[in-house]
Write a protein that binds this ligand. Structure first.
Ligand SMILES: Nc1ncnc2c1ncn2[C@@H]1O[C@H](COP(=O)(O)OP(=O)(O)OP(=O)(O)O)[C@@H](O)[C@H]1O
Length: 206
């Protein structure tokens, strides 16, 4: 599904993060991307989403080489990206508007979007949260709702940046349960090895 070949990337300030980096995710795989703080894990996610561009190397995503901004428009529709910080992912007044935002943007009607909101809240076991104000949720609740909003776009592949961070025991167990239940392949970045091991089938170190 995704193949990164011989990637070189440095930030504008000259911070060299990736050099001759190779990475692949095949259909059905669930991979943990591991590395110390600052190793470049989030940078890899941003490259896949086309939010930053590699100076060297090739990105093959969904069977095509992706180079220019327009190549990544389709990638962003097909790949779900759960941000490290849920505050950057939730920006609507209510939970239902946040979850409906993506589907409506993808052309769904209001009633279709409402159905998706119900389905996804059921999936993450947070029924009844529709009318709650997103900004009043706890950090753990925000993470789960942010994930519901990502899943609402029916992505084919997921990039999950610290899905267990700031979750208490109960919410972490819920996240594990959701990750086991969904059908999509995913790449996960987490400093919580114990929880990651419950949901992945292989790991890859930067
Ligand atoms: N916009 C930026 N400009 C310059 N340097 C950056 C930028 N964003 C990240 N970096 C640096 O690039 C390196 C890789 O950052 P990145 O966030 O990809 O690491 P990470 O492996 O995800 O780290 P962590 O485990 O701490 O989340 C770090 O040294 C970071 O400080």
């Amino acid at each position: 599904m995704i193949k990164l070949e011989n990637i070189y990337f440095e930030y504008e300030d000259g911070n060299k993060v990736l050099e001759a980096f190779d990475f692949e995710i095949k259909a059905g795989e669930r991979i943990a991307l591991k590395g110390s703080n600052g190793a470049g894990k989030t940078t890899v996610f941003k490259l896949i989403m086309g939010l930053i561009k590699a100076q060297k190397g090739k990105l093959h995503i969904f069977g095509k080489e992706r180079k220019k901004e327009k190549d990544f428009l389709e990638v962003r529709e097909r790949v779900g990206y759960l941000f490290q910080d849920s505050d950057n992912q939730l920006f609507c007044p209510t939970v239902e508007e946040d979850i409906a935002f993506g589907p409506i943007n993808l052309g769904k009607s209001r009633s279709q979007a409402k159905k998706i909101v119900e389905e996804k809240l059921k999936l993450v076991e947070m029924e009844g949260f529709e009318k709650k104000a997103s900004y009043n949720l706890s950090q753990g609740q925000k993470k789960i709702i942010a994930f519901a909003s990502v899943l609402a776009m029916e992505p084919e592949l997921l990039l999950l940046d610290e899905p267990f961070a700031s979750l208490d025991k109960e919410s972490a167990a819920r996240m594990v349960y959701i990750l086991k239940k969904i059908s999509q392949p995913f790449v996960l970045v987490s400093h919580n090895d114990k929880l990651s091991q419950k949901v992945i089938d292989k790991s890859y170190s930067i």
